[in-house]
Design a protein around this ligand. Structure first.
Ligand code: AMP
Length: 425
């Protein structure tokens, strides 16, 4: 029996790890630059949290959750997204009594039982930010600005925010009514998914990816004329703030987002050249979420991006950087006695903070030199029986091929000093 990773999951191998770390490091740096602090929530939660938080009539809750009973028969779900868990933590730890807004970010795996394809997996990695406690449209703009800055600094230069509003529970029903009226004669032409959305959540028809639905939905027109005064003002203040922050954006009335918790601002970022799954991040305002998860009325706004897709986009844009394994010093040993000397030197180097390695496969000196080359070792220290007797060591700089002798006793310090001065040059 040969096992393989479950469908829709992947191993990130050592040769790719550098790319992941680069993005994760970058995410942390940018989030902290904007005043967001990291939070880590469990991988699974009570199922009810997602049903209430995300909404019953959503693709995720209807079809995509990994739900299982625990040993006591309680229903648990692997988290399909990060906002509801962070909202739960916000309430559970009384963060509403802290100075507002509370600004949080997370990075971690999410799970959705979707049909896997390029850029769409069943386990994928997301990072996200959430700001609770303020309804100010400037905060929405800050979040879009953060996302824009993050993408741009990763080399995705053509990335533009597509922005819309979906109003609030007071004004949205009028728009939903309008959608039903406009589409009533086209019901038969819609895909089965959209036909069921027609009654339950007609706004979702607007972001259906099916070509025929898109053509029909184009007749509906934007929500903008249906907004209540407060939502209209919020939307206009968002646009003013984005302009003030020099964040490029386009208004796109088809952005409606898939979760129930959104109110007012919604936005997405798309990447080119990565196929059908081109949404690399999205978010919006969710003023009703904390309350629907059992907390006091608290406005909030957030954003989430898939790291897997981000990596595809970076690759497609040509901004990927070759990652290379490098080593400070490879210690090549010839002869049994020299091996112990090599082990001692490698251990001393590592204690001094120099990355070091040696041969464990009984290779010849030539093969060890080749191996050192593969490791991209900057220095190779060569230790034979003769050197051991004389208490010396040959050191070779692999950059220019220069070789010199050092005393075995001071070798670790000397190699460290050499590498340090080489780095500073
Ligand atoms: P959502 O939580 O659905 O708004 O998705 C936010 C971002 O997560 C998307 O823009 C994608 O970049 C990423 N994402 C969502 N679902 C998947 C998936 N199944 N596989 C990979 N990335 C995903």
């Amino acid at each position: 029996m040969r096992y393989s990773a479950p469908r829709g999951t992947q191993d990130v191998l050592p040769r790719d790890i550098e790319k992941w770390r680069r993005v994760e490091h970058h995410v942390r740096r940018v989030c902290e630059l904007y005043g967001y602090e990291e939070i880590r929530t469990p991988i699974f939660e009570q199922t009810e949290l997602f049903v209430r938080g995300i909404g019953e009539v959503t693709d995720i809750v209807e079809k995509e959750m990994y739900t299982f009973p625990d040993k006591r028969g309680r229903s648990m779900t692997l988290r399909p997204e990060g906002t509801a868990p962070v909202a739960r933590a916000f309430i559970e730890h009384n963060m509403f009594s802290e100075p507002q807004p509370v600004k949080l970010y997370y990075i971690g795996p999410m799970f959705r039982y979707e049909r896997p394809q390029a850029g769409r997996q069943r386990q994928f990695s997301q990072f996200g930010i959430e700001a609770f406690g303020s309804g100010d449209a400037v905060l929405d703009a800050e979040i879009i600005d953060l996302a824009y800055t993050l993408y741009r600094d990763l080399g995705l230069n053509n990335c533009i925010a597509r922005v819309n509003t979906i109003g609030c529970p007071a004004c949205r029903p009028r728009y939903n009514e309008h959608i039903r009226n406009v589409l009533s004669s086209d019901l038969e032409q819609l895909c089965p998914n959209c036909r069921s959305r027609y009654d339950r959540n007609p706004m979702r028809i607007l972001d259906c990816k099916t070509e025929s639905c898109r053509t029909i939905a184009a007749k509906v027109g934007p929500i903008w004329g249906f907004l209540c005064t407060e939502c209209a003002e919020h939307f206009s203040s968002l646009q003013d703030s984005l302009r003030a922050m020099s964040v490029p954006f386009e208004l796109d009335p088809t952005i409606v987002r898939g979760f129930d918790y959104y109110t007012r601002t919604v936005f997405e970022f798309m990447a080119s050249g990565i196929g059908a799954q081109d949404a690399i991040g999205g978010g919006g305002r969710y003023d009703g979420l904390i309350e629907s998860c059992g907390g006091p009325p608290t406005p909030g706004v957030g954003f989430a991006a898939g790291i897997d897709r981000l990596l595809l986009a970076i690759e497609a844009s040509g901004a990927a950087q070759e990652s290379q394994r490098t080593l400070g010093c490879f210690v090549a040993a010839v002869g049994e006695g020299a091996r112990l000397g090599a082990a001692r030197l490698v251990a001393s180097l590592r204690r001094l903070g120099v990355s070091a390695d040696m041969d464990y496969m009984d290779r010849s000196l030539r093969a060890q030199m080749r191996h050192a080359d593969r490791y991209r070792a900057r220095i190779v220290a060569i230790l034979g029986e003769d050197e051991l007797r004389a208490g010396t060591l040959q050191v070779k700089d692999m950059n220019d091929g220069k070789q010199w002798e050092v005393s075995l006793e001071g070798a670790a310090d000397e190699i460290r000093a050499f590498l340090q001065s080489a780095r500073e040059q």
